[in-house]
Design a protein around this ligand. Structure first.
Ligand code: DP6
Length: 344
């Protein structure tokens, strides 16, 4: 008799770091050089279903993303992740040898350059763990998601989230202590994010390689590490106090410092595009005219703008009009929920 099909479905949302993660201290265990702090968004989510093959099969893992089969390095990444789960000591004997079919769907607007490894690996972690019979606490799900992509550790939780660097002295203790958890926020801290989608142009270097190059060659990297821990502590205080202006200033400074650190790598890593600078000017203009708005940028040209929820319409309207009178594409996001997993 064949064992019943084990399956689970999980949904996770993208997160945007307000204090950035840039650099690993251990690439195998995916341990970050610093702690970081993010906001999980209400949009840009990934839903992933993992169905186990019957026992006695080849054990193969196949995967599709938005209906297309994954191949090459993208498939290998998913297969390595599923192996990480099914070879755990706490997976029951018969399940460990079973293959899996992974079906993933992103609800990211097409061509927006916003597809997120954070939502992707958080959803994969939730669905794979459940399909292979594990019942992991949020902390352990976050540690697992971290092994797929560092920022995915943060998408396990909703709202404001801190990802701890963990114990720096020893990798085994580091692995146990580097997880994300929610940050308590003042009840009246009501934030939103405007996402300005800019033309990505020719594809630049991926974030994983860019990070490694920055760690290896940027003379500014030690200063980045030192200041980031201070930024995380101050951002947590600002969130607890409901001080959006303080949080926004820390967030914009962290993003600029991250880009400065990678610009100092050799060869330089540059994600800032001319159009990005135009948006940074527009955000500064909003502030000069009295609207609280603060910019952050990741490994691409898009600019995300943190503001109060009541100001979102005004911020979007201002950013939609480009300096040359052209229109920019601006998406809206609010704080979103953490990982949701359904078995069966
Ligand atoms: C710029 O989490 O995508 O978005 O851990 O190598 O998978 P890996 O990198 P990833 O890097 C995210 C970097 C960032 C900043 C951030 O999200 O904190």
């Amino acid at each position: 008799m064949t064992a019943p099909l084990a399956a689970a479905t999980a949904t996770a949302h993208a997160n945007i770091a307000l204090v950035k993660y840039w650099g690993k201290r251990d690439a195998d265990l995916m341990l970050p050089a610093t702690s970081s702090l993010s906001l999980t968004l209400s949009t840009f989510d990934t839903t992933t279903r993992v169905e186990l093959a019957p026992a006695g099969g080849s054990g193969e893992v196949t995967a599709t993303l938005d209906g297309a089969p994954l191949t090459g390095p993208a498939l290998a990444k998913v297969q390595r992740f599923v192996d990480l789960v099914r070879t755990r000591d706490d997976v029951e004997g018969d399940l460990a040898g079973r293959g899996a079919r992974v079906t993933s769907v992103n609800t990211v607007p097409t061509g927006a350059g916003l597809a997120s490894s954070a939502s992707g690996f958080a959803a994969l972690a939730g669905a794979t763990a459940a399909a292979y019979g594990l019942d992991l606490a949020p902390r352990d799900l976050s540690r697992l998601a971290r092994r797929g992509s560092g920022s995915a550790s943060r998408s396990v939780h909703g709202g404001f989230v801190v990802w701890h660097a963990g114990d720096l002295a020893d990798p085994v203790r580091g692995d146990l202590t580097s997880f994300a958890e929610p940050v308590p926020a003042a009840a009246d801290l009501d934030v939103a994010m405007a996402v300005v989608v800019l033309d990505a142009g020719p594809k630049s270097i991926g974030s994983r390689e860019a990070m490694a190059r920055t760690v290896a060659t940027s003379p500014y990297f030690p200063a980045w590490v030192e200041h980031t821990e201070v930024d995380v502590a101050q951002a947590r205080d600002a969130i607890a106090a409901g001080d959006l202006a303080q949080l926004g200033e820390i967030a914009e400074a962290s993003a600029m410092r991250m880009h400065a650190t990678m610009l100092a790598a050799r060869p330089a890593v540059r994600y800032l595009a001319p159009a990005s600078l135009g948006v940074l000017d527009a955000v500064a203009g909003l502030r000069a005219s009295g609207t609280g708005a603060w910019a952050t940028m990741d490994a691409g040209p898009n600019v995300k703008v943190l503001c109060a929820r009541v100001d979102l319409d005004a911020v979007v309207a201002a950013l939609e009009v480009g300096g040359d009178g052209g229109r920019r594409r601006v998406l809206r996001a609010l704080p979103g929920p953490g990982l949701a997993v359904t078995r069966g």
